[in-house]
Design a protein around this ligand. Structure first.
Ligand SMILES: [Zn+2]
Length: 279
């Protein structure tokens, strides 16, 4: 699946959109698109329903990943990794059938000024009444820690957690839907498209992200809501001067070093197996 990332990372956001649509066309996988505009940009989501060629009524499991990257970043981990896993999943569905109704959405404009623009536009137009659950895949190319956010100790994630452990991931439960960096004047920090589903009233929505085990001591205080200023300070220092005690994940985040050479194929394969088992 790393090959998909290598194709995506050299393309700009418009070309990433075309790449995914061509991927689907070449394999005769039917899809639809949703175009939308925000104050700041125009966007396009790509939607695939499974079983192909049918759009059954009733609840579906939503597998989602944003395809746009942060400005000039190649976006290998953020988020060609998530897209690659969904493309791999679709390829597998061409060979092996599943009994489950699924909906795949490749979201536009998650990153950038329109923040979650694609997923907000989707829930605004289509609602969440047919969403049984949403697994949003964002940053899964690096590391064996599996962040589940939010994970509130309810049962719906149990099958995923058990399977993740059997595949060699170490689940890390985050009770909140965002990773807060700043609390004033409003909460700001890391977030992804799952939040749009939660805000629209779907309570079974969760983002899956991986990070390296060696990053745990640096992330843990932040995930507990501590050491935010320190984290921001070190991050800024790294951004400006190339120094600073920042997690490995952040060294390849929203910058030119978010490249496929740092993405691990094994992670992508395991993530695909995990999603396959829980859908
Ligand atoms: Zn992302």
């Amino acid at each position: 699946m790393k090959a998909y990332i290598q194709e995506l990372e050299v393309r700009n956001n418009k070309q990433k959109d075309e790449y995914i649509k061509n991927f689907l066309r070449e394999r005769n996988i039917p899809f639809s698109t949703q175009t939308f505009s925000t104050l700041l940009a125009e966007g396009e989501n790509i939607i695939v329903d499974y079983p192909f060629n049918k759009n059954p009524n009733g609840k579906k499991i939503y597998l989602t990943a944003h395809y746009n990257a942060w400005f000039k970043s190649p976006g290998a981990n953020d988020n060609a990794s998530g897209v690659a896993v969904l493309l791999g999943f679709l390829e597998k569905l061409l060979i092996e059938n599943k009994d489950t109704a699924l909906k795949f959405i490749f979201f536009d404009l998650e990153d950038g000024w329109a923040v979650r623009g694609g997923s907000k536009a989707y829930v605004r137009e289509f609602g969440v009444s047919d969403v049984e659950k949403n697994f949003n895949i964002d940053h899964v190319g690096m590391g064996r820690m599996l962040l589940l956010w939010p994970s509130k100790g309810n049962n719906w994630l149990n099958p995923l957690v058990n399977n993740a452990e059997s595949l060699g991931f170490s689940p890390f439960h985050l009770p909140t839907a965002r990773i807060v960096l700043i609390t004033f004047p409003a909460e700001r920090g890391f977030v992804s498209d799952h939040l749009s589903f939660l805000e629209a009233g779907c309570m079974q929505a969760c983002s899956l992200s991986t990070f390296p085990k060696e990053d745990l001591p640096l992330f843990e205080p932040l995930l507990r809501g501590e050491g935010r200023l320190r984290f921001i300070y070190e991050l800024l220092k790294y951004r400006l001067f190339g120094k600073g005690t920042v997690p490995k994940l952040m060294k390849h985040y929203h910058n030119r070093d978010d490249r496929s050479e740092f993405v691990e194929e094994q992670n992508l394969q395991n993530m695909l197996t995990l999603l396959w088992r829980v859908t």
